[in-house]
Design a protein around this ligand. Structure first.
Ligand SMILES: Cc1ncc(C[n+]2csc(CCOP(=O)(O)OP(=O)(O)O)c2C)c(N)n1
Length: 206
């Protein structure tokens, strides 16, 4: 499947060949270049999942086209975290999911997401019931489609990690884990979000 977007992108990159490199900051060497390419790969994967979802819908095979286009920066958020940090994701956090999968050594992430798009019973996280980002081994906790409903849950996860450490009881997450929650700007205006953010501030203060 070749998209016009892909062709234009490839042409633009070709035209950049031979251009003199401009320094944009202190060089961090080939290791940081490799990491940037990995993150970029997750971003490209995310965009292509969106295109594939639309292609599948046009051909009567796909049932979900809500995409992550424009939210590819989420990959950098995943890159800044550890694959054991619990993540409760917005439905537009495809790039986060792909970068987290790479970090966690999961090589089937693209296929797994597409299995959700076609509502396959082989979809490892929902069994075809709903398209959702989730993976137990990658600490990505699947969410419902009720916007902002995952914010109180995220506060609860973060709170319980801290409380488990204090009480000395077992916890599935590392005791210094960071809980990450992504959501849309309109969701931020939901009373559920307001309540969760207020509770997080309150708990943090205590
Ligand atoms: C509680 C609830 N109300 C309404 C909806 C319907 N709904 C689905 S997505 C959406 C818009 C969400 O906007 P935003 O949080 O900015 O996310 P975006 O899709 O723009 O990234 C709404 C109202 C819902 N899923 N849940």
């Amino acid at each position: 499947m070749t998209e016009l977007l892909d062709e234009m992108f490839t042409r633009a990159i070709e035209e950049m060949r031979g251009l003199e490199r401009t320094a944009v900051g202190p060089s961090k060497g080939p290791e940081s270049a490799r990491r940037l390419l990995e993150v970029y790969d997750a971003q490209l994967g995310s965009r292509h999942l969106d295109l594939a979802a639309r292609w599948l819908q046009v051909h009567g095979r796909g049932y979900y086209t809500i995409g992550s286009s424009g939210h590819e920066g989420n990959a950098a958020v995943a890159a800044a975290l550890r694959p054991t940090d619990p993540a409760l994701l917005h439905y537009r956090s495809g790039a986060f999911f792909l970068e987290r999968a790479r970090q966690g050594g999961v090589t089937t992430a693209l296929r797994d997401v597409l299995l959700g798009v076609v509502a396959s019973t082989e979809d490892p996280i929902s069994g075809g019931r709903h398209k959702v980002f989730g993976s137990r081994s990658l600490a990505v906790i699947p969410q419902t489609s009720t916007i902002a409903s995952h914010l109180p849950r995220a506060v609860g996860v973060a709170f319980s990690i801290h409380r488990a450490r204090r009480l000395g009881v077992p916890c599935p997450w590392p005791s210094d884990a960071v809980t990450i929650c992504s959501f849309g700007d309109a969701s931020a205006d939901h009373s559920t979000a307001t309540g969760a953010i207020n509770a997080a501030i309150q708990v943090g203060y205590q």
